[in-house]
Every structure is written in structure tokens, then in C-alpha cells.
Design a protein around this ligand. Structure first.
Ligand code: HEC
Length: 126
């Protein structure tokens, strides 16, 4: 019994270390402006899908996992998990990461925009 408690504590510590942001220097306020480019298709509200799925809780979630949203099979089967690294890649050029995604967005060119938008998403329930 005691050893299983130690295991749980160990796993939790591991996850906490893993979840700490690699790009902690993003500016959420600047990211809000960048997010305007996403707003035609996305909200950060839970359960509110538009052309694209709600981005509520997206950090740490498996790609293609919002209930009631119809993803492309490319996204549904991508096997990705959204974290700083995968999001940065996807937002730089969506089709480079998920070739047949139905997200028609060319991508963000500036590294700063990407760091800032990820900070904004994190600060707003994403
Ligand atoms: C023209 C509409 C459109 C725009 C603009 C757009 N997206 Fe998307 N997005 C989509 C669609 C559609 C999907 C679903 C893709 C699929 O199923 O292949 C998606 C999927 C995603 C996903 C994966 C979500 C999941 O649940 O797996 C993320 C993350 C994402 N978009 C972030 C963004 C961000 C951040 C921006 C702004 C920089 C943005 N998108 C701009 C339409 C858009």
C-alpha cells in the first residue's frame, strides 16, 4: 500500500515538471491581438465550436478530442498532444504538421507571435 502511494506522488511530480512551460516568456496581452486571427473560427469557451473546435483546455489535450466537433480524419488520427512544442509547429504552418488538416490558415510567421499567442491561450482557459 505504502509503495503505491509513493508511486502516485512520484508520477504527479513528474507530470508537474513536464507541464512547466518551455516558452514561459510569452506575453499574453500581446497574444490577445494575435488571437484575433483565430477568432473567426475558434473560441476559448468550453463547448463553443465554430468553424474550428473550441480551444478551451487545449493545452495538454490530445488533438481531435473535442466532443461534438467533426474533425478531419487527418487531425483525429494525428496522435498529437497539444503542448508548447506541437502548438508552435502547428501554428507556424498547420499543413506542415498535419498535412491534410481542414484548418485553412496559412500560419504565423513571427516567433514572438507564436510565443505570445500560446501565453494568451494558457492564460485564458486554453
Ligand atoms: C479559417 C478558420 C480557422 C482559423 C483562422 C484558425 N483555425 Fe484552428 N482550426 C480550424 C479548423 C477547421 C480546425 C480543425 C482541423 C481538422 O480537423 O483538421 C482547427 C484546429 C485547430 C487546433 C486543433 C484543435 C484540437 O482540438 O485538436 C488548434 C490548436 C487550432 N486550430 C488553433 C488555432 C489558432 C491558435 C489559430 C489562430 C492563430 C487558428 N487555429 C486559426 C479552423 C481555423
Amino acid at each position: 500500500m505504502k509503495s503505491s502511494i509513493i508511486k502516485v506522488v512520484g508520477v504527479t511530480a513528474f507530470l508537474a515538471a513536464f507541464a512547466s512551460p518551455a516558452m514561459a516568456d510569452g506575453d499574453a496581452a500581446a497574444g490577445e491581438k494575435v488571437f484575433k486571427k483565430c477568432k473567426a473560427c475558434h473560441t476559448l469557451e468550453e463547448g463553443k465550436n465554430k468553424v474550428g473546435p473550441s480551444l478551451h483546455g487545449v493545452i495538454g489535450r490530445a488533438a481531435g478530442a473535442v466532443d461534438g466537433y467533426k474533425y478531419s480524419s487527418a487531425m483525429a488520427e494525428s496522435g498529437l498532444t497539444w503542448d508548447d512544442e506541437t502548438l508552435a509547429k502547428f501554428l507556424t504552418k498547420p499543413k506542415d504538421l498535419v498535412a491534410k488538416t481542414k484548418m485553412s490558415f496559412a500560419g504565423l510567421k513571427k516567433e514572438d507571435d507564436i510565443e505570445n499567442i500560446i501565453a494568451y491561450i494558457k492564460a485564458n482557459g486554453g
